[in-house]
Write a protein that binds this ligand. Sequence first.
Ligand SMILES: Nc1ncnc2c1ncn2[C@@H]1O[C@H](COP(=O)(O)OP(=O)(O)OP(=O)(O)O)[C@@H](O)[C@H]1O
Ligand SMILES: [Mg+2]
Length: 329
Amino acid sequence: MSHLLEVIDLEVKFGLRFGDLTAINGISFSLDQGERMGLVGESGAGKSVTGFAIINLISKPGFISGGRVVFNDRDLTSLSTEEMRDIRGNRISMIFQDPMMTLNPVLTIGTQMVETLLAHRRLTRAEAESIALEKLRKVQIPSPEKRLAQYPHEFSGGMRQRIVIAIALLTDPAIIIADEPTTALDVTIQAEIMDLLQQLCESERTGLILITHDLGVVSQVTEKMAVMYAGKIVEAGPTDRIVADPRHPYTQGLIQALPGSLQPGSRLNQIPGMMPTLTDIPPGCAFNPRCPLCETICRHQEPPLIPVDHLTRQVACHMVTPDPGQTTR
Ligand SMILES: Nc1ncnc2c1ncn2[C@@H]1O[C@H](COP(=O)(O)OP(=O)(O)OP(=O)(O)O)[C@@H](O)[C@H]1O
Ligand SMILES: [Mg+2]
């Protein structure tokens, strides 16, 4: 059976004067209806670029240089701008860290919600308004009728992010991509909003790709996760398994030293050294200069993703033994 979304060998480059830099280097994953997946990794790993690439919104000088993004059996990387408009903000919605990336400061919330709906659906204004109200109720905005006539600046940060979620839900998307949706908010509000997003995705059977530095949130909200390093996935599998028993030395580094059970607010552990910039990704395994287990092979040969943990997980590390009977690809 085909997946709702399938990212296959996706590659993104940025064309600069001195040549192309590879930001996303052949990543693959899938998402089924109602499935929630976390995308984690340090700053610069390529998480946001992946999110933008899925909705074909990489802006120049960036471009998708390889691979496919198959959604409902259609390759999004080959759609026209017109066809893509029918998917983006409609079948796949994106939520950003800063609500003002979505909200227009000079329009009322009601106008923005109604216009978004009318852009994608054949509805009367009255019908659009009633859907807007229904979604505001869903994200628990008090007195939504009154709120429709207000401008973004009349809301608190947490309320603004709820409205952005309501806008993301307007068209009943199949997938929401949320890029650090709560990091600008204080911790208690973050937890409330993440709860809400999880509940809504669950009840509406909406797929979620949650991009975050917060391992607590990933383990609370998602069923599976992928860990990214220097534009590649280095470990992927069920969230609870990875968090309980990380296999890649990078994942181990990120999770180490975090207090016993993960609570929302658990940021990634600091690993000595830095993620390489795109101009100086080392040969072999990109993590080798920071890796406590590094051997000669790691400096020369890129480790492929291999299945481990009874085929439930994939890890790209020369030092991890594959499941018995599994050969490396
Ligand atoms: N417009 C651009 N031009 C050149 N390089 C870019 C551009 N946008 C992103 N990059 C590079 O692509 C890489 C991945 O960036 P990306 O924004 O996806 O990281 P991220 O994992 O989302 O990090 P963060 O956690 O800080 O948001 C980085 O090395 C970044 O410098
Ligand atoms: Mg980012």
